[in-house]
Design a protein around this ligand. Structure first.
Ligand SMILES: C[S@@+](CC[C@H](N)C(=O)[O-])C[C@H]1O[C@@H](n2cnc3c(N)ncnc32)[C@H](O)[C@@H]1O
Length: 180
């Protein structure tokens, strides 16, 4: 996927409701290799460092990675999904850009048609980087076609289950565990 620079805003996505929702649900995960796809501020990447020995964060937005400050971590790679990586991870987390949008105007939040297009692209990328029986956790929303996304993860061979939900004022966040 080639993204034009105009969609890569310089502002980082600050740790938000969805970030904290994910953080609360992954804080007890442990292992050797962990990946945070769409690292943004680095909040989740840094959290993973507490319980994993080797942690990588990726983001399509180089500017955001370059300017991580409060939650800076050592292994940051600018790429789509995990395209640049050959490592097999025990655990992968992604605070997806899940909003259903006609166009991708902001890569931090816009998921494209039905909130499926960009998440699908990320799933296709991370599949090769998950160890056998590894765990992939992603967030989606009642504002997108989350069932289509879950069904797609299953067609890729993942066993999925919804592990948590959180009602916000205007949407419900849905956290999904996918095991291969
Ligand atoms: C909703 S923000 C989450 C940021 C941070 N992980 C958090 O939880 O606060 C999504 C992040 O994913 C990045 N992103 C969007 N599309 C991506 C892709 N195809 N591959 C890698 N990163 C992507 C965006 O630049 C943005 O930093």
């Amino acid at each position: 996927m080639i993204l034009q620079n105009k969609f890569l805003k310089n502002d980082e996505y600050p740790p938000s409701e969805d970030t904290f929702f994910i953080a609360n649900n992954i804080e007890n995960e442990k292992g050797n290799y962990a990946l945070d796809v769409g690292s943004g501020s680095g909040y989740l990447t840094k959290l993973l460092l507490e319980n994993f020995s080797f942690v990588v964060g990726t983001d399509v937005n180089y500017h955001v990675l370059q300017h991580q400050s409060s939650y800076k971590t050592p292994n940051l790679i600018c790429c789509n999904g995990s395209d640049a990586l050959k490592i097999k991870f025990d655990f992968i987390v992604c605070n997806l850009p899940y909003l259903a949008t006609d166009e991708i105007l902001d890569v931090a939040t816009d998921g494209g048609a039905e909130g499926f297009e960009i998440p699908k692209n990320i799933f296709d990328s991370v599949l090769k980087n998950l160890k056998e029986s590894g765990k992939f956790i992603f967030v989606t929303s009642s504002l997108s076609n989350y069932q289509k996304l879950i069904d797609y993860a299953q067609t890729l061979g993942f066993r999925t289950r919804i592990i948590a939900k959180k009602k916000l004022f205007f949407e419900e966040l849905i956290l999904v565990e996918a095991i291969n």
